[in-house]
Design a binder for this molecule. Sequence first.
Ligand SMILES: Cc1ncc(COP(=O)(O)O)c(C=O)c1O
Length: 413
Amino acid sequence: MIKIIQLLAMEITPLSPQEILQLRAETKGTTERIHFNNAGSSLPPDVVVETVISYLQEEATHGGYETEDKYAKEMEHTYDLIAKLINANRDEVAVMENASMAWGLAFNGIVFNAGDEIITSEMEYLSNLMGFINVQKTRGVKLMVIPTDEQGNFSMQALENAISPRTKLIAITHIASTAGTIIPVVEIGKIARKHQILYLVDACQSVGQLPVDVKEIGCDMLAVTGRKYLRAPRGTGFLYVRKEVQDKLKLILMDGFTAEWVTEDDYEIRNDCRRFELTEKNRAVFLGLSKAVEYILNIGVQRTWPRIQQLATSMRGQLEGIEGVTVHDKGDQQCGIITFSVRGMDSATVKSKMAENRINVSIGKAKSTLIYMNRYQLSSVVRASVHYYNTEEEIDAMCRVLINIMMTLACIA
Ligand SMILES: Cc1ncc(COP(=O)(O)O)c(C=O)c1O
């Protein structure tokens, strides 16, 4: 209710049925199958695919460096587009090949000492948890995990209680990969600022799905992937590091792009976030990322987010109505990721039977968010993730197919 009132106050025009048809017409993949694996990798708009292919073709015929020169302005503009999307400044953005690289460069850039403490949530992503364990083992850092409460909400009180003079970092995954819950990153940011603690956000599943504003969140670092809700090509992502924090992070990798020689025995590090990039990159997908960001900016994520919520609510409602299906998503704030189990059928079977019917869903494995999945004794869940280009008809079709599968396999009494 509060959300609807907020939207009215901001006068957000919902996507019209004609626009949705148009957006689907601009996405070839929507004609091929029903794609509910947007949390894995969403269908890119045609313009993104065409950009990548034609760039590669130009490289092949004109030369890699020559093509780079030709598209220098478009490449440069990518930083403006990303900055606009997350409300950052262009010198606070580095383009990366994935979110793990972005997160890892930020996290491993922090100088941890024995006894330092990291606070995270039980929804934290696999590779981030490995990063914490690594510094636990190698530098004697202590990890504190904030559990969610009975309703599945992140406990702000538990966070306040966990903070000590040794807290060096609060690291939070905004949306977990195996649950529909949204972690309140803005409220957490207020606490991080109050105590002047470094704040690192994994926004891999949220950027492109819902409005993400780094100034509102108050984070120091934010890691994003391209292929999920941003609809960019695989092998893309970006890192945001607040200007004031850039000099506090040590560089893990360096080349002639990250720093300039000043004398034979000294160099000067770039004065922007691109110090975390290297010279060589896949420029075709870089431009594909650029197009994808431009695409969502043109539509407006404030307009696509209510549609994702509406589709997700509808899918959860329908699934909950099917005898033998359990929806696992918890918490007051939920997103476009819907996780569920089917009685008597493992997730892999549901996925493969859906695929036989040209419906893409995925499996949320325990290892992806180990602490959360262990707490709720889930070894795996079926993950159906909706994007704004999905439709109610596709949800109906998926649920019909699911019921048929269950009946065929005699899961319904
Ligand atoms: C929440 C979350 N963080 C990080 C990642 C890692 O992203 P990437 O594969 O781009 O490194 C994923 C990928 O599934 C994710 O879901």
